[in-house]
Unconditional design. Structure first.
Length: 249
């Protein structure tokens, strides 16, 4: 992944609207079930990134498990489609549903329900400013060690350098043409920004949000519920998306 200080020249701003793909087609193996439908503050988990994306983007596609497509009805204006067997297949299903005229495509997931609309606007703005991709990240605050892939967790080497690594969150934003080109070869990858960077794209890392946790386990869902109570008590200004937020509710 290239840094914000990449020597590559900035490209002209992409034309066309910004669209978001919300990935929620997983089976929730580590969670113990389809977590995207778990309750968070009176709404399904998946409703939160849909709401934030709708506040920051011109259109939203949500990708759900094919057998559970009717389990949750998205708000008016949000299209629900069936996902694939892998994350990459689900991204490509979303790309097929995004209009060809889109200039920026945001990829996010139900596992990051507390990302604010401001964070979505931030990554979109970075792409509008010339980057091929933009992701939010946090500095490492703990030591990260390599361990054996099987057997006991034995340390295998030196710690990762904190100065040159980030904990990357979603949402990610991309120049639409760059993301479509990266997926054109039907490559099976678990992370889109690496695909775009490997293809020569300039991907920048922006400041993430500490409350934007990754919900993988029931315990993390409980933490998200506590954080949401705090966020709701503080309130998040959203001068650009109030109408669309109310529509999602």
């Amino acid at each position: 992944m290239s840094s914000a200080e990449s020597a590559q020249p900035a490209q002209s701003a992409p034309d066309g609207p910004a669209w978001a793909i919300v990935l929620a087609a997983g089976g929730g193996t580590r969670f113990g079930g389809p977590k995207q439908f778990s309750d968070l503050g009176g709404l399904p988990l998946v409703a939160h990134p849909v709401r934030a994306a709708a506040a920051a983007c011109d259109g939203v596609v949500v990708v759900l498990p094919a057998p559970l497509l009717d389990r949750w009805a998205p708000p008016d204006g949000v299209r629900a489609i069936p996902g694939g067997a892998t994350r990459a297949e689900s991204v490509r299903a979303g790309l097929a549903a995004v209009p060809a005229e889109a200039g920026v495509i945001v990829v996010t997931d139900a596992a990051h329900p507390l990302a604010t609309a401001a964070l979505y606007r931030s990554v979109v703005a970075a792409v509008r400013a010339g980057a091929d991709g933009a992701v939010p990240g946090l500095p490492l605050t703990e030591v990260v060690k390599g361990v054996l892939a099987s057997g006991p967790d034995l340390v295998t080497g030196a710690s990762l350098a904190r100065e040159t690594h980030r904990l990357v969150q979603t949402p990610h934003a991309f120049r639409a043409a760059a993301l479509r080109a990266a997926h054109a070869g039907a490559v099976e990858a678990v992370e889109d920004s690496a695909m775009v960077a490997d293809a020569g794209g300039r991907v920048v890392v922006l400041p993430g949000e500490p409350a934007n946790i990754h919900v993988t386990t029931p315990e993390e869902l409980e933490i998200a519920r506590l954080l949401l109570i705090h966020v709701q008590s503080e309130g998040e200004p959203d001068e650009h998306g109030a109408a669309r937020l109310s529509a999602v509710r």
